[in-house]
Design a binder for this molecule. Structure first.
Ligand SMILES: [Zn+2]
Ligand SMILES: [Zn+2]
Ligand SMILES: [Zn+2]
Length: 256
């Protein structure tokens, strides 16, 4: 299994428009963060988690040309606004794409992308062609790849993270209920959100995310959904080697 971090940034991205702070003006490529998403290649599928606002740029930058399935974590703009660009994959490969999410997430996505159910537009293939698949909080399979949703809180709303094999991805999380802890056993890789230094009502900050990593002890943890508060080299030099900030384009290979 190979995981590529397509975007490690919070909703505004980094640099932030007009900001002159040291992170936003940094020349380190690892301080440039597109909106949060990961691309997972398993033995039989290419799975995208969230279609970030920067989806098109991310596919081009990482030489990715195909998506078999999309797993949505939740419906916020930074995680869904790239969905229209699935059209290029629909048209070039002549296929529909299976899109998974909680019922409330998919309902919100359908409201936001109202045009995608227009029969005439579907006929002319000028909308993303997707099969909506509502999932509950229990393990399911895409082809032979087992996927376990992890139900967590993002402020007051319930959202999904996902575990695939020994990899788990959690973004926009502010609380993990104890009954979900079992899904974090024996992880080789955890990617989890760490917004900034100060606390935030709907996202873990750096200290909380590091606390989660120390609790579950995955072999490696990478932090994502990061604001310009956290400068890559500065923060990473203070963190242990097995808990580090992610960056756009980071690739991790794991045994299936
Ligand atoms: Zn977000
Ligand atoms: Zn800044
Ligand atoms: Zn969110």
């Amino acid at each position: 299994m190979k995981i590529t971090v397509l975007g490690s940034g919070t909703s505004q991205g980094v640099p932030v428009i007009g900001c002159k702070c040291k992170t936003c003006t940094s020349e380190n490529i690892k301080d440039k963060r597109l909106r949060a998403s990961v691309y997972v290649e398993t033995g039989d599928s290419k799975i995208l988690i969230d279609t970030s606002i920067d989806f098109r740029r991310q596919m081009l930058d990482n030489n990715k040309t195909d998506v078999d399935a999309v797993l949505f974590t939740h419906h916020h703009a930074d995680h869904i606004f790239g969905m229209d660009d699935l059209r290029q994959i629909n048209q070039r490969l002549n296929k529909y794409i299976d899109v998974y999410g909680r019922k409330d997430t998919l309902d919100e996505i359908l409201k936001t992308f109202r045009y995608i159910t227009d029969k005439e537009l579907i006929m002319h293939k000028c909308v993303p062609l997707i099969n909506l698949k509502i999932i509950e909080n229990k393990k399911f399979y895409f082809r032979k790849t087992g996927i376990t949703p992890v139900e967590v809180l993002h402020g007051r709303i319930k959202i999904f993270g996902y575990r695939i094999g020994n990899f788990a991805y959690l973004t926009d999380c502010s609380f993990i209920p104890e009954e979900e802890y079992v899904k974090f056993d024996n992880l080789d890789l955890l990617i989890i959100n760490a917004l900034r230094l100060r606390p935030h009502p709907t996202h873990f900050n750096l200290e909380q995310a590091v606390g989660i990593a120390e609790l579950f002890k995955p072999k490696q943890t990478y932090l994502t959904h990061i604001t310009h508060d956290l400068m890559h080299n500065e923060i990473n030099s203070e963190l242990p080697e097995n808990i580090q900030l992610a960056y756009d384009g980071l690739e991790i290979s794991l045994k299936d």
